[in-house]
Design a protein. Structure first.
Lengths: 292, 748
C-alpha cells in the first residue's frame, strides 16, 4: 500500500473544506472495510485519506417529523441491524443488515460507506431502494437529497460529487400494508456476496390486488436497480402464479449482470428471474396482513 | 533455551495457551535490530523474454540498500528435488508472478516505492496454458535447458515440456479390457486450489559475523529447507540455521523454499537482516497450489460387476516449475490411489507432469492422491450405473480383503475396508427412502502414513517436569500435542507434567517434518523411543534412591517401583529432587518406510439439489474411519472434520481461477472456502480395534479423511439428479446446465 496522509477531522465543515478542491487524490473513509481492501490491491491509491469516524453528528438513527427515519452515514451495519427504530420501520431492512458478511465486518462497515462503495452485489441497496430511500449529500454549497434509484451511476460509481459527503440515508413514511422481502442467492458459501439478490415490497388492497409493487435487484447489473416494468406489470392484478411468472420474466430481461466467479452473465440473468419469482411467491402464499 | 516451548494440558493442545495469548512466535513476528524489509517485482506476463531491466532509480533512492535482478544473482536455481526455480529470473519469465527483481530497504513503503521505479522491458513469447498442447511434439519448450537442471528424474521423458512420466502396472491391462463385458471411460478435470492457510509465507534472514545465516521461515520442514538452501547457494548446511517458529497453517503448502532464497540473496548482499512477508495477493498468484489435473479412466468389468481391468492416465499441470515437488519421481503419488481399494487383476496408472505458463503447482494435503481417489470413486459409480448395480454393492463385491494384494500389488495388511463400508451402510440408512431431489453417494479409500526419519530427546528436568525436545515445527496440525501425549502415556504421567521444546536445526535432531500423514508414525515413534531410553537411564538412578537393585525397579503407574519391596516408590518429581546428578535424558530415533497396515475409510454424503438454481445443499455426511489407537482425540477429530471440510470445498466451491495465465481470484472475497455455516451435520464413526504402526497402534488420519469426500458428494449429486458433473468444483451453474441439457439457457 502506498503511504498516505491520514486526517481525522472532528466536524463536518472541516471535512467539506478538505474536499472542496475536488482533489482526486483525497479519499473519504468511514469503516474502511471496502476502501482498505481496494488500497491493498493497489486499485485505489489516495495521497490523503480523510476519516469520518470522529465527525460529530453522522451517527444515530432518527425518526423524522414526517414519520420516516434517517440513518446516519456512520451507523454500523451491526447498529442498524439492532436499531429498534429500524426494526420497527421495516424488519426486513434490519434483517438485511444482519445478513451482511460476518459480525466482524458488521461492527466496522457503515451504512453510508456501503452506499458510496456502490458494489452492485451489496445487500442493503436493493432493500433501501424498494423502501424509496434517498441519500442526503452535503457540500460547501449546501445539501441535496438524491433518491437511491438514480444515485448509482455505474459499476462502483455514484452521483456523489467529489466535494460532497453522504451524511445520511433518509426513508419516507412507510405506506400502510407494505410488506417487504429480501432474498439473496448464495450458492457457494453462506458468507459470500450474493450471486443475485432481490428486494421486493408489495402492498395488496382488500381485493388482494396489487396496490403497490417495488422490486430491486442486486448483483444483476453494473448497479442495483429497480425493475420498473416488472413492478408495473403487477399493479392492479392478483398476485397469482401467472402474474408472478410474467413479472419475473420482465425483471430477468432488465438484468444485465457481469460474468464473474459467482457465475456467468447468462446464469445470473436466469437466476434473477428465479429469485424475483421466489420473492413474489412469499407475498402470494401468505395473507395480506402477515409480514414476509 | 531459546526455542519454542509449550506445556501440556489435558484434552487440549499443548500449543493452545501460547497461541491464544499471542505468545506463539511466527516468522513474521520476529524483528531484529537493523532489519531491512524486502519485496519482489513480479512478471505481469505469462511468458516473456526479459530484454532489459533498468533499476538505476531504485538503487539511487535513499534508504534502499539492495536491488537485485537476475543478472546480479546469476543462475541460482532451487527446488525441493528438481532445482529449476530461479531465485530471480535472468532471461525469461514463465508465469504471471515469476520473480524478476527484488529490493531490500528500510521500510515496507520504501520497498514498494523502489519496486515501482524498476523498468523492465519484456518481449512477450507465446504462452502455453493447456498441458495437452504443451506435450505435443512440435510445442516449443518452456525450459529449453531442462536436461541441465539438477535433480532430474531417473528417466527423462522425450516429449516437450514433460518433466516426468511414471507408469505403475500389474497384469495385461489391454487384454483384460478387451475381454471385459463392459468398459466405462471417463474424463475428469480438477482445478488449481490454494491451501488458504491463515499465515502467508514470511521469512527473516540474518547474516552472522561468522558467515552463517540464521533464518526464521514459515516452513514446516526446517531440516529439508536447510538442505535445499545449501544445495542452491553451494553453502555448507551447518552455515544455515533454521530457527524454530510456529507455522500458521501448512496443509502441504509450507514445504517449499518459496521466498526464502531471494531473501537470503538480499540479506547476503545487504549484510543486514532482511525480512520478506508475501502478501495474500502474491500467495494466490504465485505460491504453490494444488495441481490442476486431467484424469482419464477406462474400467472393464463383467456383467455381474466383477472388476477386470483398470487403466488410468493423469496429466498434472505443473505450471512454470517443478521445484515444489518433493518426490524423486517429480510426480505426484497418484498411482496407489488411482485404481482404488479393489481386487483388479490388471491395472495400469500413468502419471505425466507437464510444464505450462501458469503458477507452479506444489504439494497440498494428499497431493495427486485426492485427484486419483475422487476420479476412481466417481468411476465406480459410473460403472455401477452402467451395470445397474447399487454403487455400495459394487464396492462390496470388489473390496480387497485380508489375503488380497491391492490392484497394483500393494501388500496391505489388516484390511478393514468391508467393515468401513458396512458401518457406513447402516449409519447412513443407505437404501432407505429419500426426499425428492435428494441423493446419496458413497466413496471409499485407503491412506497410510508416509515413512521418514525423526529424532527426539526426552529428559527429566530439575523441576520434575518431563521435557520433550524436538526439531519439528508445529505446523498447526497438532504434532507437538501428539508428542506430549505419547511421552505422557509411556511414562504414566499426566500431560500437564510434559513440556515440549522445539529447537532449531543447530540443536534439534533431524526431523523430516509433518508431511504425508507421517508425523504421529515417524515423529511419534522417535519420541516413544526416547521415552523408553529415558526410562532405561532413570531406572538405575531410581534404584539408587530407593536403595534397591536396578533389576528389581520398574516403571509402573508413573512411578518407579521396587518390586521386591512393596511401598517403595519414587515419582519423577521426587527423582529429580533426590537423585544424584546423572544422565536424566533419553534420545530416540526412528526411521521407517510407509507401513503396510494402512487406514481405510468410507464416507456417505447426502445432498439436496435445487432444481431451479442447481444449488447443492450437502445435508449430511457419514464418515467411518479406521484410525486404530487414538493418541490425541481432539487432534484426531480435528483432522477428520477438517478433511471433510476440505473435501466439501474441493467438491463444490474452491477454484483458483486462471484466465490467460493470470490468477483472477485475487482475494478471499472471490476465492471461497467453506465457512462453518456451510458444514453439514457430520456423523463420525471411528474404528479403533485395529492396530497400526504408530505408537500404541495409532494409524494415519490426516489425509485419509479428505480423500473420498468430493467423490461422495459428486456421486450423491448424480443420485439426486441423474447428472454427472465431471469438472470440479461442481458449481450451481454447472448443475443447472446439466439438468437443463444442451440449449440456450438465457432464453429459458
Amino acid at each position: 500500500m502506498r503511504p498516505f496522509d491520514f486526517v481525522e477531522p472532528s466536524d463536518l465543515d472541516s471535512v467539506l473544506a478538505l474536499i472542496a478542491e475536488r482533489d482526486p487524490g483525497t479519499q473519504l473513509v468511514a469503516g474502511g472495510t471496502a476502501l482498505f481492501l481496494l488500497m491493498k490491491l493497489g486499485l485505489v491509491q489516495p495521497r490523503r485519506v480523510v476519516s469520518l469516524r470522529r465527525v460529530a453528528g453522522l451517527d444515530g438513527v432518527r425518526a423524522t417529523p414526517d414519520g420516516g427515519i434517517e440513518i446516519g452515514a456512520l451507523v454500523s451495519h451491526r447498529a442498524a441491524a439492532t436499531s429498534p427504530l429500524i426494526r420497527a420501520y421495516d424488519a426486513t431492512l434490519a434483517a438485511t443488515f444482519h445478513g451482511v458478511a460476518t459480525v466482524r465486518i458488521r461492527n466496522q462497515a457503515t451504512v453510508g460507506g456501503n452506499i458510496v462503495h456502490a458494489d452492485p452485489a451489496q445487500d442493503p441497496p436493493p432493500i433501501l431502494m424498494v423502501l424509496d430511500g434517498s441519500a442526503v449529500l452535503r457540500s460547501g454549497a449546501g445539501e441535496r437529497v438524491v433518491p437511491l434509484d438514480g444515485l448509482f451511476v455505474d459499476y462502483m460509481e455514484t452521483a456523489v460529487r467529489p466535494d460532497e459527503v453522504l451524511t445520511a440515508v433518509r426513508l419516507p413514511p412507510r405506506p400502510s400494508g407494505l410488506r417487504t422481502a429480501y432474498l439473496k442467492f448464495l450458492p457457494r458459501t453462506a458468507d459470500d456476496y450474493a450471486t443475485v439478490s432481490v428486494a421486493a415490497a408489495i402492498a395488496l388492497d382488500d381485493d388482494r390486488e396489487v396496490r403497490d409493487a417495488r422490486i430491486a435487484l442486486g448483483a444483476a447489473g453494473p448497479v442495483p436497480f429497480r425493475a420498473r416494468e416488472a413492478e408495473r406489470s403487477l399493479l392492479g392484478r392478483q398476485l397469482d402464479a401467472e402474474r408472478i411468472r410474467d413479472a419475473a420474466a420482465l425483471a430477468r430481461a432488465a438484468a444485465d449482470p457481469l460474468d464473474d466467479v459467482r457465475g456467468s452473465a447468462g446464469y445470473k440473468r436466469q437466476m434473477a428471474g428465479v429469485w424475483v419469482r421466489r420473492a413474489l411467491e412469499r407475498f402470494a402464499s401468505v395473507g395480506p396482513e402477515a409480514r414476509a | 533455551m531459546t526455542g519454542v516451548e509449550t506445556i501440556g494440558r489435558t484434552g487440549a493442545r499443548v500449543d493452545g495457551p501460547a497461541k491464544v495469548t499471542g505468545r506463539a512466535q511466527y516468522a513474521a513476528d520476529v524483528n531484529l535490530p537493523g532489519q531491512l524489509w524486502a519485496g519482489i517485482l513480479r512478471s505481469p506476463h505469462p511468458h516473456a523474454s526479459i530484454v532489459r531491466i533498468d533499476a538505476t532509480r531504485a538503487r539511487a533512492m535513499p534508504g534502499v540498500h539492495v536491488v537485485l535482478t537476475g543478472a546480479d544473482v546469476g543462475t541460482i536455481r532451487y527446488g525441493r528435488r528438481l532445482m529449476d526455480v530461479p531465485v530471480l529470473v535472468a532471461d525469461r519469465a514463465r508465469f504471471v508472478g515469476d520473480k524478476v527483481a527484488a529490493v531490500a530497504a528500510e521500510s515496507p513503503a520504501l520497498v514498494d516505492a523502489a519496486l515501482a521505479t524498476i523498468e523492465v522491458e519484456y518481449a512477450e513469447l507465446a504462452p502455453i496454458f493447456d498441458p495437452l498442447e504443451a506435450m505435443r511434439p512440435d510445442c516449443p519448450p518452456i525450459h529449453p535447458d531442462y536436461r541441465a537442471y539438477q535433480g532430474l528424474p531417473a528417466s527423462i521423458p522425450d516429449l516437450p515440456n514433460v518433466l516426468a512420466v511414471e507408469t505403475v502396472a500389474r497384469g495385461d491391462v489391454d487384454a483384460a479390457l478387451a475381454a471385459a463385458d463392459v468398459v466405462v471411460e471417463t474424463t475428469m478435470a480438477f482445478p488449481a486450489v490454494h491451501h488458504a492457510y491463515i499465515e502467508p509465507h514470511a521469512c527473516l534472514v540474518s547474516p552472522q559475523a561468522d558467515g552463517s545465516f540464521r533464518i526464521w521461515a514459515s516452513n514446516k520442514n526446517p531440516f529439508l529447507l536447510r538442505e535445499q538452501l545449501a544445495a542452491a547457494f553451494a553453502l555448507p548446511a551447518d552455515q544455515l540455521i533454521i530457527e524454530p517458529t510456529f507455522t500458521g497453517g501448512d496443509f502441504g503448502g509450507k514445504g517449499s523454499p518459496m521466498e526464502v532464497p531471494v531473501c537470503l540473496a538480499l540479506a547476503r548482499a545487504a549484510g543486514r537482516p532482511v525480512k520478506l512477508v508475501m502478501s495474500y495477493l502474491e500467495e494466490l498468484q504465485a505460491a504453490n497450489p494444488r495441481h490442476p489435473t486431467i484424469a482419464t479412466l477406462r474400467t472393464g468389468a463383467t456383467h455381474d460387476g466383477r472388476l477386470l481391468a483398470h487403466d488410468a492416465r493423469f496429466v498434472f499441470n505443473s505450471g512454470a516449475y517443478g521445484g515444489y515437488k518433493p518426490l524423486p519421481t517429480l510426480n505426484l503419488a497418484a498411482s496407489h490411489h488411482a485404481a482404488g481399494v479393489y481386487r483388479i487383476p490388471a491395472a495400469r496408472v500413468e502419471s505425466t507432469m507437464v510444464y505450462t505458463n501458469q503458477v507452479p503447482g506444489g504439494h497440498q494435503r494428499a497431493p495427486g492422491e485426492v485427484q486419483a481417489t475422487v476420479a476412481m470413486e466417481i468411476q465406480m459409480d459410473r460403472l455401477a450405473e452402467r451395470l445397474g448395480i447399487d454403487p455400495l454393492e459394487l464396492r462390496v463385491r470388489n473390496a480387497v480383503e485380508d489375503g488380497d494384494v491391492g490392484p497394483l500389488g500393494e501388500p496391505w495388511q489388516d484390511i478393514t475396508l468391508r467393515q468401513c463400508i458396512e458401518q457406513a451402510r447402516e449409519a447412513s440408512g443407505w437404501g432407505g427412502p429419500k426426499a425428492p431431489r435428494t441423493g446419496r453417494g458413497i466413496a471409499v479409500c485407503q491412506r497410510a502414513a508416509a515413512g521418514g526419519q525423526s529424532n527426539a530427546e526426552v529428559r527429566l528436568a530439575p523441576d520434575g517436569m518431563i521435557e520433550v525436545i524436538t526439531g519439528t515445527n508445529e505446523s498447526g496440525a497438532g504434532g507437538l500435542t501428539v508428542l506430549a501425549e505419547i511421552v505422557a502415556r509411556r511414562l504414566g504421567v499426566p500431560i500437564e507434567q510434559v513440556r515440549v521444546h522445539v529447537e532449531g536445526t543447530d540443536v534439534g535432531g533431524f526431523d523430516q517434518g509433518p508431511s504425508g500423514s507421517r508425523f504421529t508414525f515417524v515423529g511419534g515413534n522417535a519420541a516413544l523411543a526416547a521415552a523408553e531410553e529415558l526410562v532405561r537411564a532413570l531406572t538405575p538412578l531410581a534404584a539408587e534412591v530407593l536403595g534397591g537393585a536396578a533389576d528389581s525397579v520398574v516403571l509402573e503407574g508413573g512411578q518407579f517401583v521396587d518390586r521386591t519391596r512393596p511401598g517403595s516408590t519414587v515419582s519423577f518429581r521426587d527423582l529429580a529432587a533426590r537423585s544424584p546428578a546423572g544422565d536424566r535424558s533419553g534420545r530416540g530415533a526412528f526411521s521407517g518406510k510407509a507401513p503396510n497396515r494402512t487406514s481405510f475409510a468410507a464416507q456417505v454424503a447426502e445432498v439436496e439439489v435445487d432444481g431451479d438454481t442447481g444449488q447443492v445443499d450437502v445435508r449430511r455426511i457419514v464418515g467411518v474411519h479406521d484410525v486404530g489407537e487414538i493418541i490425541s482425540r481432539q487432534g484426531l477429530v480435528g483432522q477428520i472434520d477438517g478433511g471433510i471440510a476440505w473435501g466439501l470445498g474441493y467438491a463444490l466451491m474452491e477454484e483458483l481461477r486462471i484466465e490467460d495465465g493470470r490468477v483472477t481470484t485475487t482475494h478471499f472475497g472471490d476465492y471461497r472456502i467453506p465457512s462453518i455455516a456451510d458444514m453439514p451435520p457430520f456423523e463420525s464413526i471411528l474404528l479403533t480395534d485395529s492396530r497400526g504402526d504408530g505408537p500404541f497402534g495409532a494409524k494415519a488420519v490426516a489425509e485419509l479423511s479428505l480423500l473420498p469426500t468430493a467423490a461422495a458428494i459428486v456421486n450423491a449429486i448424480h443420485d439426486a439428479t441423474g447428472a454427472w458433473i465431471l469438472d470440479l468444483p461442481v458449481t450451481a451453474e454447472k448443475v443447472l446446465a446439466a439438468l437443463e441439457g444442451p440449449g440456450d439457457r438465457t432464453a429459458g
